[in-house]
Design a protein around this ligand. Structure first.
Ligand code: BES
Ligand code: MN
Ligand code: ZN
Length: 493
């Protein structure tokens, strides 16, 4: 998206967007084209437009120097306005422009909106996301319905308006990138696909990348990820990406993402209505890739290592079974009591690896449980860990970006739930599916964390929306926790 800032309307293409706050409904702004005054005042008098949040009133102007179509957009009450509201209203604008097939738009932006340039661009761009990637259409009948040129008319604006808008575009681009990966079906977005994407991102940004396949993982004895992947025709992978945004001496933040390319449940096979969306089970891996997609462009001043653990939970004669005993990368033995509790197993190997590099902290991101969806719904990701400060930082980052997380407690006793008669631990206790399932999933991972500071983000309820998407989302993949993590890395200190 090309962004131009100007003092007065220069473009005559696409749609002209004119924001109106509720309090200002009575006076027609000087910054709007004067020829619209009569129309606007009549509509307001008739109570057809009140400036309510997200309200849209359209008309046309006959002036060759101005865009032909105009949309007055209500921004709600000025005194209650915030970055979060800006993101929501700009998303409503984004969806409106998408419906109108507008590729160009001019917005007259008062300072209250310009103050939140990042949020404005995020909302607009995230809302323009399209899911129909795999529909066939003839080239010439497939126009781009996305804003390509954005003109922002700001009489008084913060000096860094262009930068904040551009930052929002970078973040939204990465969110949309994550959505593409997560919406992509498992036969297309495969483990090889993920490796190719990671290599592309590494090359574009100059990151160091290391990829372990079956051979390397076997040699290093990553028994967890190899057992989970045993029923898949594809190789297991672990992708390690390294970003250096700070001095070499600073210990990296390790982000470990769950990449189950498809979760059939294994021999504890998932039933219909649970299995259909299990291509989403690599959302944690996609978020980790998405972070690397944006970090260099955002100039994040941290060292970050991404550990992307990739496997596919499938069934064949080689697949792991309930009752199997496996030896993890850490050396612990695990009795498999449920092949559907596979995410914690691959993450545990990833966390063991993360622990070896003396990290500042470890953050695990995963569609780990359905239980977190039951506990928190689809607006809050679960935050669990062993370090309150780290968990609070993620919570705060979630609030600041409206990409929310909510703390869940791991009771000390939950660890005992994993005692096994025959091996060191089991991977799933009998009560897990019915109560505190999210925290127990986390409690399993905690066995592998050691003394490291660790927080786990369970995006099992937020990664994929089948119910009511937010203004800046569409049904399907949401990209949840990416904005949270970007903000967290900016403020970790
Ligand atoms: N990938 C699932 C969790 C999940 C379910 C994510 C729905 C997103 C939407 C995970 O591997 C799983 O199957 N978890 C089990 C845990 C149980 C066996 C302890 C679950 O949630 O039922
Ligand atoms: Mn599972
Ligand atoms: Zn899973």
């Amino acid at each position: 998206m090309n962004i131009k800032i100007s003092k007065q309307i220069k473009s005559n293409k696409g749609i002209l967007v004119l924001p109106v706050f509720r309090e200002e409904i009575g006076e027609f702004p000087k910054t709007f084209p004067a020829s619209l005054k009569g129309f606007f005042e009549k509509r307001v008098k008739a109570k057809e437009f009140e400036g309510k949040k997200g309200e849209i009133l359209t008309t046309y102007i006959d002036d060759k120097n101005l865009p032909a179509k105009v949309a007055f957009v209500g921004f709600g009450k000025k005194e209650k306005f915030s970055g979060k509201k800006n993101r929501i209203v700009s998303a409503i604008i984004g969806k409106f422009l998408k419906k109108e097939k507008a590729t160009e738009t001019t917005i007259v932006m008062p300072v209250e909106i310009a103050k939140y340039g990042q949020e404005f661009a995020e909302g607009l761009k995230m809302a323009q996301y399209k899911v129909d990637k795999y529909k066939t259409c003839k080239k010439q009948k497939c126009p781009v319905h996305e804003v390509e040129n954005l003109e922002v008319v700001a009489e008084t604006a913060p000096k860094n308006l262009k930068e904040t808008l551009e930052k929002g575009v970078v973040i939204a681009d990465s969110v949309n990138y994550v959505r593409d990966l997560v919406n992509g079906p498992s036969n297309i977005v495969s483990s090889d696909f993920m490796v190719a994407e990671a290599k592309k991102i590494a090359k574009e940004n100059g990151y160091k990348i290391t990829v372990f396949g079956d051979k390397e993982l076997k040699k290093m004895k990553w028994g967890g990820i190899l057992a989970v992947n045993a029923g898949s025709p594809k190789e297991a992978k672990c992708i390690v990406l390294e970003y250096n945004g700070s001095s070499k001496k600073e210990n990296p933040v390790a982000i470990v993402g769950k990449g189950i390319m498809f979760d059939s449940g294994g021999y504890n096979l998932k039933p219909s209505r649970s299995i259909e969306t299990m291509h989403q089970d690599m959302a944690g891996a996609a978020i980790t890739l998405g972070l690397f997609h944006s970090m260099k462009k955002l100039g994040i001043k941290k060292n970050v290592t991404g550990i992307i653990t990739i496997a596919e939970n499938m069934i064949n004669e080689k697949a792991y079974r309930p009752s199997d005993i496996i030896t993890m990368y850490s050396g612990l033995t695990v009795e498999i009591t449920n092949t559907d509790a596979e995410g914690r197993i691959i993450l545990a190997d990833g966390v063991t690896y993360a622990g070896k590099m003396n990290p500042d902290c470890i953050v695990t991101v995963a569609t780990l449980t359905g239980a977190v969806h039951v506990a928190l719904g689809d607006r809050y990701s679960g935050l669990m860990g062993n370090d309150l400060k780290l968990r609070d930082q993620l919570y705060k980052a979630g609030r600041e970006t409206d990409d929310l997380g909510w703390p869940l407690p791991i009771h000390g006793d939950f660890k005992k739930k994993f005692d096994s008669k025959i091996a060191d631990i089991v991977n799933c206790d009998k009560g897990s599916a019915s109560w505190a399932g999210a925290q127990k999933g986390a409690a399993f991972i905690e066995r592998f964390v050691g003394k490291n500071k660790w927080c786990h983000i369970d995006i099992g309820g937020t990664a994929f929306c089948e119910d009511t998407p937010q203004e800046f989302e569409t049904k399907g993949a949401t990209g949840s926790s990416l904005r949270m993590l970007v903000n967290f890395l900016e403020n970790r200190g």
